[in-house]
Design a protein around this ligand. Structure first.
Ligand code: FEO
Ligand code: CA
Ligand code: CA
Length: 655
């Protein structure tokens, strides 16, 4: 979700205030220097051991040469900062448009006509505001980097850039037809893509192609909350059958090749004062539901009116899993992973064979979570893992100033999570995950976005995008800046450290600051990067998504940098050793866009990126957008698009 000046952003900020978590106790800390202490490289960890344990366990493709590298290996010439109508990428790289809003997805999709939109067409065409991208090689289980499936999230819609004659604040003008187009433009897409003669293209009429939308796609509830009374509605007495998935932001892959997609700001679609929802009032208030919805949906669909359907919001805010290789697979909302504003979910196989999933709740002063399965991952039989996400323990993180992370279990009957506090069973804890985490004393963070393990080193990167509401007396060691406009990145080092002894299932870990974003030349920013020379355009603002290439280098995508006077984009850095946290600018978006979904093919020769909400600037409309990227045709508004970046002369990205 963007954080700029249009309606959705204004509503987004306002709703964050409504749903915001106010920490009961604030610790004062000045521990930045202390937390930047660790500067060790991959000492004591042989390449072979790393391949056998960390990389091997995660199933990632890891080269021994990569692990042996001790010098900064990012050789591309950085691009300068800037902010204009075009997408820019480092010299020698070729950005190729793969698919745009409205392009054909299913075989029966009509051609896109921006002046004759319909919900029926949109259900078959590529949705709006692409965020997460996952690459799933074909055939399944292979490392093929020239042919695969892309799974893409469609987070939300921008009415003023989709429809003629409507401004961002014109909810009253919105028609039922437009509402249904918006619902159809939400959800997810699966497309088959292939690289031939150096160009990526969509395979037409693919048997895998599908759209999952917010209007009439079927999803089901799974895990401990499925069928719970608090999920039952007029339309669904079973509490298990849900229409679609909404506000899908980031996501991740499981080791067995399914996708996990995060339902993030679901609250913005529902309307009504929390009090109108009776027994659910406290719950809905904690998640920011108000009588000022972002869309006109409650006017046309009763399920978005909480006075009429008080339980409907409980059916959103989950991690949704499905198998992209099976076009008939019904997406399942995995309730054991908790209900909050899920940015995404990333996973690894722990050394004991169990699955560990890391997750962030993206709102100011919210928390970082992980889920540990009870069962073990079966890499020999993909289908055997269906249900692994339904049975396990959810934990929330407390970051202490001594550098310890304590993972506290969200388990009924443990500590304050009892009937006296309104949790009659585990389902109540999972529906009201935030309130349960509050009671445990989790550390309120500066908007946790992607939380993702580096498949080469095994450390976990926590992207904290910004939090301008943190006060001077509310800083702590892990969120060390008040009025944090630029965000920062925390690194979690699992118990046992880097390498073969890493134990991601343990209840204790260590943490460190990777970088404090902002411009180091501006003393007021309080920015801090790695030790060494930064290039002029090396500084960034508002880290959101992250990806790791096969060498374990970190590629950071931003959302909100225009507030600091620069475009959003991609910055890359070494994760370890020389060049650690010395970010270099690789790509920048056109005006108004954020950059999402960075995703490498297994061989790291292609980087897929999602350019989300291009042209989303103040006073930028369908008729007069600030950019018409990527088509640049009169009458065609800017279109959110997926872009494949390859190196013109071949080889790994960034090499
Ligand atoms: Fe949708 Fe947290 O960004
Ligand atoms: Ca975002
Ligand atoms: Ca995000």
């Amino acid at each position: 979700m963007n954080d700029k000046t249009d309606l959705s952003a204004r509503s987004y900020d306002a709703s964050q205030d409504e749903g915001v978590n106010v920490p009961a106790v604030a610790t004062i800390g000045d521990l930045i220097a202390a937390r930047f202490s660790r500067r060790t490289a991959l000492k004591g960890m042989t390449a072979a051991a790393a391949v056998a344990t960390v990389g091997g366990a995660i199933g990632a493709s890891v080269s021994r040469e990569a692990l042996a590298a001790s010098q900064s290996s990012l050789t591309f010439k950085p691009i300068p900062h800037g902010y204009d109508a075009e997408l820019h990428v480092a010299e020698g790289y070729d950005p190729q448009i793969v698919i745009r809003w409205g392009d054909k997805v299913t075989a029966d999709a009509p051609a896109f006509d921006v002046n004759a939109l319909s919900a029926e067409a949109q259900k078959k065409q590529f949705g709006y505001n692409n965020d997460y991208i996952g690459f799933f090689p074909l055939p399944a289980g292979s490392q093929n980097s020239d042919h695969g499936l892309l799974v893409i999230n469609h987070e939300y819609t921008d009415r003023q850039l989709m429809f003629a004659g409507i401004g961002p604040d014109d909810l009253d003008k919105q028609t039922k037809e437009q509402t249904e187009i918006e619902l159809a433009a939400h959800g997810m897409s699966v497309i088959e893509v292939k690289r031939e003669n150096g160009r990526w293209g969509v395979v037409e009429n693919s048997k895998y192609a599908r759209r999952i939308n917010g209007l009439d796609s079927q999803t089901v509830m799974a895990g401990p909350v499925a069928g719970n009374a608090r999920l039952k509605t007029s339309a669904d007495a079973t509490g298990t059958k849900v229409i679609g998935t909404l506000n899908n932001c980031a996501g991740g892959e499981t080791p067995w090749g399914t996708v996990m997609s995060g339902e993030e700001n679901f609250h913005g679609y529902f309307g009504g004062k929390p009090e109108s929802a009776g027994a659910e009032a406290v719950n809905h208030k904690r998640y920011g539901i108000s009588d000022k919805p972002w869309y006109a949906w409650p006017k046309f669909h009763d399920r978005f009116d909480i006075a009429k359907e008080p339980n409907e919001p409980n059916r959103y805010g989950w991690i949704v899993e499905f198998d992209p290789y099976d076009p008939t697979a019904v997406p399942k909302k995995r309730t054991a992973l908790g209900r909050f504003k899920h940015e995404g979910a990333t996973s690894l196989v722990n050394k004991d064979g169990r699955l560990v999933v890391y997750m962030g709740d993206d709102e100011r002063f919210e928390y970082v979570y992980k889920f540990v399965s009870n069962g073990k991952v079966n890499l020999q039989d993909r289908k055997a893992n269906d249900g692994l996400l339904d049975d396990g323990t959810l934990y929330v993180a407390k970051f202490d100033k001594d550098g310890t992370v304590t993972w506290m279990p969200l388990v009924h009957g443990v500590g304050p999570l009892t009937a006296e506090n309104g949790f009659k069973d585990q389902a109540d804890i999972l529906i009201e995950t935030r309130r349960a985490a509050d009671l445990l004393g989790a550390t309120p963070m500066d908007r946790p976005e992607d939380v993702e393990p580096n498949p080469v080193t095994g450390t976990v990167f926590v992207m904290l995008t910004n939090n301008t509401k943190r006060k001077d007396d509310g800083v702590d060691a892990a969120n060390p800046r008040a009025a944090n406009a630029h965000g920062h990145i925390v690194e979690i080092i699992p118990a046992g450290g880097r390498g073969k002894d890493a134990d991601h299932a343990a209840q204790e870990a260590k943490w460190d600051l990777f970088l404090l974003a902002g411009n180091p030349a501006e003393a007021g920013h309080g920015a801090k990067y790695g030790d060494g020379e930064m290039t002029a355009s090396g500084w960034l603002s508002c880290p959101d998504n992250v990806a790791f290439d096969k060498k374990g280098r970190v590629w950071i995508a931003t959302d909100g940098a225009p507030k600091a006077g620069i475009a959003d984009g991609v910055w890359a850095a070494e994760a370890e050793g020389h060049g650690r946290a010395l970010t270099k600018h690789f790509l920048r978006t056109p005006l108004g866009a954020e950059l999402c979904g960075p995703c490498f093919t297994p061989d790291s020769t292609t980087l897929f990126v999602a350019v989300q909400h291009p042209g989303d600037e103040k006073d930028s409309t369908f008729e007069n957008p600030v950019t018409r990227w990527p088509d640049f045709k009169d009458g065609m508004p800017p279109r959110p698009s997926v872009v494949a970046i390859i190196k013109k002369d071949g080889g790994e990205i960034g090499s």
